[in-house]
Write a protein that binds this ligand. Structure first.
Ligand code: PLP
Length: 366
């Protein structure tokens, strides 16, 4: 019998998901017109306590569309954390602007506001804070920097659906908040993304650009270049079903993290994931740092876990170390966190027994 592998992340697809996707199929609305799109957009915006939601094909284009609609263009600079998924940098690049890497803060692994201030130039137009692995960025300070320097803020919330900073949901702080619904994210639509905003004008602009910038008054007249960044009704049907359980998913992730924390807190050489007292971390990926005092190297531990049927994931490689972005400022803290970091299985349907088993392997004394 093949050994059961515990994956880092699997989606939880229930009966409701199947029922609603089948409804969309039966009704024949399989592309991007259909009732589930509006329902999903409404539900998701409400969940974020934001006025508008716009569903798009994935999180990467959500970032691109928001930046483009906000007028980011060639010649501009956009500040991003170096420690993030490549999509954050690429989306900036697609606008013609230059992403500029900001180093991480050692405690939360998110962008360091001190370093953010240092990286501002006369060309800087926007900041894209990333709520890494589900822990919110220091939003009050970031908004203060943005205000003082007249910068736009697009939150990359692809890993942090439902996370809160001072009791307010991420995505509701910036000019826009961007989400991904890839299979391993907090909820999934297969592939998919969304942008939330309170700004009516920005919403209209993004809506227009999402559908090839077609004029509202005259069909097939396109006053500018737009995109096909639409989500399908099939995906939105999946999303509507997932929204019924999003709070439960987040609760499960937090409970799993607490259990992991309690089992690993006394293990020498392991740094547990952060949760500052004024935030709610959704622990998208339960992530730890393997310090020098740990008896094994990170790679050795990952190998040992793999042999026991437990999948893990290394941290992102900082943007300043990616070949297309060479020439970026060195980000030492980001590089160090990246070299030590790994994520353990974090699926919403992970069982207590599985977590006990994973902690046992890590604590086995070696
Ligand atoms: C997943 C992710 C994205 C991109 O989302 P896709 O839906 O995969 O395009 C962007 N930023 C971050 C931080 C992510 O983790």
């Amino acid at each position: 019998m093949a050994k059961e592998i515990i994956l880092v992340s699997e989606p939880w697809i229930g009966d409701k998901e199947k029922e609603l996707v089948n409804q969309a199929l039966d009704e024949g609305w399989v592309s991007s017109i259909g009732r589930f799109i509006l329902e999903f957009e409404e539900k998701f915006a409400k969940f974020c306590s934001v006025k508008h939601g716009l569903a798009v094909s994935n999180g990467t284009v959500a970032l691109h569309l928001a930046l483009e609609a906000l007028g980011i263009e060639s010649g501009d600079e956009v500040l991003i954390p170096s420690l993030t998924f490549i999509a954050t940098a690429n989306a900036v690049h697609y606008t013609g602007a230059k992403p500029v890497c900001v180093d991480s803060e050692p405690e939360t692994w998110n962008l360091d506001v001190e370093d953010l201030r240092k990286k501002i130039t006369s060309k800087t137009k926007a900041i894209v804070p990333v709520h890494l692995y589900g822990h919110p960025c220091e939003m009050d300070e970031i908004l203060e920097v943005a205000e003082e320097n007249d910068l736009l803020v697009v939150e990359d919330c692809a890993e942090a659906h439902g996370a809160e900073y001072k009791k307010k949901k991420v995505g509701s702080f910036g000019d826009a908040g961007v989400f991904s619904f890839y299979a391993n994210k907090v909820i999934t639509t297969g592939e998919g993304g969304a942008i939330v905003t309170d700004d009516d004008e920005l919403f209209e602009k993004m809506h227009f650009l999402r559908d090839h910038a077609m004029s509202k008054d005259k069909r097939y007249f396109h006053p500018e270049i737009g995109y096909n960044y639409r989500m399908t009704n099939l995906q939105a049907a999946l999303g509507v079903a997932q929204m019924e359980r999003i709070d439960e998913f987040i609760e499960n992730k937090r409970k799993n993290a607490q259990l992991y924390n309690s089992l690993l807190k006394d293990t020498k050489g392991i740094t547990l994931p952060p949760e500052k007292s004024h935030v709610k971390n959704v622990y998208w990926m339960y992530s730890i740092l393997i310090e020098d005092e740990f008896p094994l190297t990170k790679d050795e531990l990952m190998k040992e876990l793999k042999e026991k049927g437990i999948d893990t994931r290394p941290f992102f490689i900082p943007i300043n170390l990616q070949p297309p972005y060479k020439g970026q400022p060195v980000c030492r803290v980001a590089e160090e966190i990246s070299s030590k970091g790994m994520s353990l299985p974090s699926s919403t349907k992970l069982t207590k027994e599985q977590i006990f088993g994973i902690a046992d392997v890590i604590n086995s004394g070696h």
